[in-house]
Design a protein around this ligand. Structure first.
Ligand SMILES: Nc1nc2c(c(=O)[nH]1)N[C@H]1C(S)=C(S)[C@@H](COP(=O)(O)O)O[C@H]1N2
Ligand SMILES: [Mo]
Length: 505
């Protein structure tokens, strides 16, 4: 009698491909560089001694990389067949095969330059897919083994299930490919973009207080915090981008990307804050922004006197309402096209986003922005305000200790303490530190080119042996003292003095 060994192996191979497909599609959807398979290939390239690599290339020439990928896939097919065959008599053994493969994939992903924890998600998704699919494909095979009289029926069931999974794998991988290709095109357009007038200044040296461990005054793009509701971020070609300004205006305006960047450019340093930033938290960053002043555009379209806000909408359907007052006063509220002298990174809103100094991002900083409706707060609601967050979102004064870190051991005696403080659009006047609830000691402040940015501060305090509590508070240029009242981030931003514990030994 013909046993079903072949079908067990086939089940493993189908399972392998479905897992590779979901993993690849996850990588594409999350806009992670490449699939884990490519990460493994890159790792192999890196680990191959130069002499051997050259010898191999001399044989296969330009085909080295495709051949490597084909080799890896062939190996994976064999591993799939192995896992399937093992599943015939054991539940655990195939799992071990998947675990080992996932560990290799995870390691290859993590050793890539600039890798972060989310990058292992595709590996995880692939791993879970392997478990689920092999167990689904095993069912008809097990039934067939235990009830040989049902063989022909179970054989059909198996073929059907395997076929469905096979088709699903092709569909999922295809969808991933479409997403990935769009992303690559936009990344290439962004790379080739030359923006007239965008400068890339170094942060003024006097913005740095010179205490190592404080977050840099200028936040590099790669380190800038990211907040968005989109799982797969919009990828918009500049040539396809338009912004429509309409609603309570005299003349509706539709701007193309070229229209926009042909206008007078404005540039400034500006700190961007997330309302969800806890006291002492790091959902805040400072960059050099280049863009077009929104006030000028609004003057062009002519505002109806009854309007009090703009409902901004992004390509991915997120929205927020921004008070007109903050868009037309003297601050540099802008449609930003560049960040730290480079076209906006895709994750930060390429090709165009809004930036409004002094307002939290959730009411102002729309990324991938495509629509401005001039309207009234009374007539609209928006994504976060629908979820309990405040309609108004002015950034609250804050100060934070970066050095030392809470829980650190420090040496008895003089201890350098430092961090950052901000009171956007008003500016910081003083920062003070209190040790164990004692008197407030003034810190030294670095310079800032604008009141719309954070400022570094530092001072030296003397600590005797034992546990100590350090707390910081700021006072703004209007003489307003930062409140010590602890409030949660909901509904309009946290308040309270950042307080840390250290031990002097
Ligand atoms: N399209 C879109 N824009 C958005 C958001 C979003 O979810 N979708 N989040 C906002 C919030 S809450 C913040 S704090 C800032 C964060 O900007 P960043 O990711 O560039 O730091 O973007 C804002 N703009
Ligand atoms: Mo935010």
């Amino acid at each position: 009698m013909d046993d079903n060994r072949g079908r067990w192996a086939a089940a493993g191979v189908v399972t392998m491909f479905v897992g590779l497909a979901t993993s690849y599609a996850t990588a594409m959807a999350l806009t992670i560089r490449e699939s884990p398979v490519v990460a493994v290939a890159e790792l192999i390239i890196r680990l191959t001694p130069g002499a051997i690599a050259e010898w191999l290339i001399s044989i296969v020439g330009q085909l080295d990389k495709p051949l490597l990928i084909i080799g890896i896939v062939a190996f994976l097919v064999a591993m799939g067949a192995l896992a399937g065959s093992l599943a015939r008599h054991s539940v655990l053994k195939p799992v071990l095969v998947w675990v080992v493969l996932a560990l290799i994939g995870g390691a290859a992903v993590m050793v890539q330059p600039g890798a972060s924890v989310v990058d292992v998600l595709p590996v995880l998704v692939g791993f879970v897919t392997w478990l689920v699919v092999l167990s689904a494909l095993s069912k008809p095979l097990v039934t067939e083994r235990d009830h040989p009289e049902l063989e022909s029926r179970e054989r059909r069931v198996f073929l059907m299930v395997a076929g469905v999974f096979g088709l699903a794998a092709v569909g999922i991988a295809g969808a991933g490919r479409v997403v990935g290709r769009g992303r690559r095109h936009v990344a290439e357009s962004r790379r080739l973009l030359r923006l007239e007038g965008v400068t890339r200044p170094l942060a003024p040296t006097d913005t740095t207080i010179g205490l190592p461990g404080i977050a840099p005054w200028q936040t590099p793009n790669d380190d800038f915090y990211l907040i968005h509701t989109a799982i797969s971020v919009p990828t918009i070609e500049p040539k396809d981008w338009t912004l429509r300004i309409h609603g309570l205006v005299d003349r509706e305006l539709v701007l193309t990307y070229n229209d926009l960047v042909a206008r007078q450019l404005t540039e400034s340093w500006m700190t961007l804050n997330c309302v969800s930033n806890e006291v002492g938290g790091d959902l805040v960053g400072n960059a050099w922004w280049s863009g077009i002043r929104i006030a000028d555009l609004l003057e062009e379209v002519g505002l109806d006197p009854s309007a009090d806000c703009i409902l901004q909408t992004s390509e991915d359907g997120w929205n927020c309402a921004t008070p007109l007052s903050a868009l037309i006063d003297d601050r540099d509220a802008m449609l930003a096209v560049a960040m730290n002298g480079k076209p906006l990174p895709i994750e930060h809103g390429f090709p165009v986003r809004t930036i409004v100094p002094g307002l939290y991002g959730y009411v102002s900083a729309t990324k991938w922005v495509v629509d401005y409706e001039v309207t009234r707060f009374a007539d609209v609601s928006a994504f976060w305000t629908d979820r309990g967050w405040s309609e108004e979102g002015p950034v609250k004064m804050a100060s934070r200790i970066d050095v030392p870190r809470s829980g650190d051991d420090v040496a008895v005696g003089d201890v350098n303490v430092g961090g950052l403080a901000w009171a956007q659009h008003t500016g910081i006047d003083t920062v003070e530190l209190s040790v164990d609830g004692g008197e407030w000691q003034p810190a030294q402040l670095a310079q800032t080119p604008s009141e719309d940015t954070w400022v570094q501060w530092a001072l030296t305090v003397s600590l005797d042996e034992g546990e100590h509590e350090l707390r910081v508070r700021a006072t703004d240029n209007d003489g307003l003292e930062q409140t010590g009242v602890r409030r949660d981030v909901l509904p309009d931003g946290a308040t309270g003095w950042h307080t840390i514990q250290v031990r002097a030994t």
